[in-house]
Design a protein around this ligand. Structure first.
Ligand code: SAM
Length: 586
């Protein structure tokens, strides 16, 4: 919406000084405010100049009248700005109005009827300022405005409606639901029944989702991910934060779950997205995106005490084993707001925290639903930041809009640490070491420890080097399989080594020529896929091999169950079986 500012109202410049005027501060005297505000706003000065020059001459009545006139002008300016969606300026003018109104109430003698009129005006102004503040995503202050308005009039329709909307934005669904229920009383009279019912439905749906984790994105997915992303609710499943053997703290399952089960759904503290110019994308493009991302995080910290607190408990990479282990309940949207701001959080620390915890949405180990191709995204998700990396992960992340959904990519037992891959784990040890180095750590996962123990095996490095130099993929697979028999490698460990040269397996199973030559001397694709999935969880590339194999055979229903299970590990329980089939194109 393009709008021009009203004439004579250079609010940005003139009101700067007043932007910090808070309703909680002690109100200034009416005459002081009247004069000051009039000058700032360039309103009808003659009256107020009179007040200033003949301060003592004017009687109280005249002052009241003047204040009333000024309040009227302020109110209409603020309303005009609100309608123009000039939120910041509207907050500023409402702040002036509210200050004046409060001082009229507390510091001047008013008749009962006049006092009640003033209180009504104050309530409305507080509700309107809350609306403008919430549009600026200044939710803490907006909520305070609503609460102040509701202290004056507990059933004030606009304040309740605005409070409900803010609570929804803060993902406090059950509180929002209660709030909207209260607005029902006056909704009919104010002609807003339909709006209120819409909000009621929405909060009911989200409250249920956040309690049960029951998400169903089937329709949206079957519809080709077109249109707006579905609305999601934050959800925390059977998880807790504890000390990790990998490093510092980690997230742990508190009960046995099967592949596909949701662990958590959380909204980003901030995200930044942009289209990079593909292979030619230069460092500058990414730097600009990161700068914007950091700005957004900073803004969020400055506006919300809770964000500040949550960020302050994330790892900055230093002394990770000594930092406190927070309770997972601190991440529930309805958790008590922390009012204290004694957390030390300077710019240097914030940058380290972002460095350690930010995730790139379209990493190979993540799934992004409903986003244009080529869109690069980075974000910070507080609770997901406690998930350590593993090269044999048991969870995956799916990105939908600003939400991250973390689910089990294979069955997970109670008490096990939940891990996902920060980078591609279908690579040999040395390549993965290089990747973890760029993340600033030396990977201590079970698979890396096992493969480090195998590094003395000359044959293994010969296979890897051979592959880099372009030896026949089938030959590499054959050699690894034969060597594993000799080394007596079993179970999951077989899966680890196979995962390390997965590209050779995929190439072999996908090539008629290679299968003709090696097919009878290497294990069947399904058995290899099963062992790799068991070791490192579901991945699209294994699914591809499986589906290609199935397409080539006349498969019956039992064979379909395998890709469906793999698909669940990939997409979680976000999609019903039918939608999953169409997603997998089977
Ligand atoms: C997003 S945080 C994960 C949570 C972190 N452990 C904590 O206590 O807050 C990422 C940091 O955890 C540590 N980390 C994660 N995965 C690891 C791994 N596989 N091996 C060693 N350190 C790891 C690294 O210090 C990394 O910078």
């Amino acid at each position: 919406m393009t709008v021009t500012k009203p004439p004579n109202l250079n609010l940005n410049a003139t009101l700067k000084e007043n932007t910090t005027t808070e309703v909680t501060k002690k109100p200034k005297s009416p005459s002081f405010l009247v004069t000051k505000i009039s000058i700032f706003l360039g309103l009808t000065l003659t009256h107020h100049q009179k007040i200033r020059t003949s301060n003592m001459r004017e009687d109280e009545q005249q002052q009241l009248q003047t204040a009333e006139e000024l309040m009227q002008q302020l109110r209409s300016k603020a309303t005009e700005l609100l309608l123009r969606e000039e939120w910041k300026e509207s907050v500023q003018v409402y702040t002036q109005f509210i200050g004046l109104c409060q001082s009229q109430i507390t510091e001047t003698k008013q008749e009962a009827s006049q006092l009640s009129k003033l209180k009504k005006s104050l309530c409305l102004a507080l509700s309107n300022r809350a609306e403008a503040r919430s549009r600026l995503r200044d939710f803490d202050d907006a909520l305070r405005d609503c609460e102040q308005a509701l202290k004056i009039e507990s059933s004030h329709f606009k304040a309740l409606l605005c409070k409900g909307k803010i609570l929804l934005s803060l993902n406090r669904y059950s509180m929002a639901l209660d709030c909207f229920k209260e607005t029902l009383v006056d909704a009919q009279a104010s002609g807003s029944l339909e709006t209120v019912n819409g909000f009621l439905e929405k909060s009911k749906k989200l409250e249920y989702q956040s309690r049960t984790g029951a998400l169903d994105l089937s329709d949206w997915i079957l519809n080709g991910l077109r249109g707006k992303c579905p609305e999601l609710a934050e959800y925390i499943g059977a998880v807790q934060i504890s000390k990790s053997e990998i490093s510092g703290r980690g997230l742990f399952a508190t009960k046995n779950v099967e592949a596909g089960t949701l662990f958590l759904v959380t909204k980003a503290i901030a995200t930044e997205r942009g289209i990079l110019s593909g292979e030619n994308s230069n460092e500058n493009e990414q730097l600009v995106m990161w700068k914007n991302f950091i700005d957004k995080v900073m803004e969020s910290i400055s506006k919300r005490q809770r964000t500040r607190h949550l960020i302050s408990i994330l790892s900055s990479g230093d002394n990770e084993d000594e930092v406190e282990v927070p309770d997972v309940s601190a991440f529930r949207p309805e958790a008590e707001e922390r009012r204290s701001s004694n957390e030390k959080l300077d710019m240097g620390k914030i940058l380290s925290i972002l460095d350690v915890n930010s995730l790139v949405e379209d990493a190979i180990s993540a799934k992004v639903l409903g986003k244009n191709k080529g869109l690069y995204g980075v974000g910070l998700w507080a609770l997901a930041s406690f998930i350590n990396h593993s090269c044999s992960p048991n969870a995956r992340r799916v990105h939908v809009g600003d939400y991250i959904i973390v689910h089990a990519s294979r069955d997970v037992k109670a008490g096990k640490e939940i891990t996902f891959a920060y980078f591609d784990m279908l690579l040999p040890l040395e390549k993965r070491k290089e990747m973890s180095k760029t993340w600033g750590f030396h990977c201590k996962c079970k698979r890396c420890k096992f493969e480090e123990g195998m590094s003395s095996k000359q044959e293994l490095s010969e296979i890897e080097i051979g592959l880099e130099r372009g030896i026949d993929a089938g030959n590499a697979v054959f050699r690894l399989e034969e060597n594993m028999k000799r080394w007596i490698v079993r179970g999951k460990e077989k899966g680890y080594l196979r995962a390390s040269i997965w590209s050779a397996y995929a190439e072999t199973y996908g090539s008629e020529r290679l299968m003709k030559r090696w097919g009878k001397r290497i294990p069947a694709a399904e058995a290899v896929v099963d062992s790799v999935v068991e070791a490192v969880g579901s991945d699209e590339r294994m699914l591809k091999v499986l589906i290609e194999g199935l397409k080539g055979s006349s498969c019956g229903m039992p064979e379909m169950e395998r890709p469906i299970k793999l698909g669940k590990g990939l997409y979680g329980k976000l999609v019903k079986k039918q939608a999953l089939k169409s997603l997998l194109e089977i």
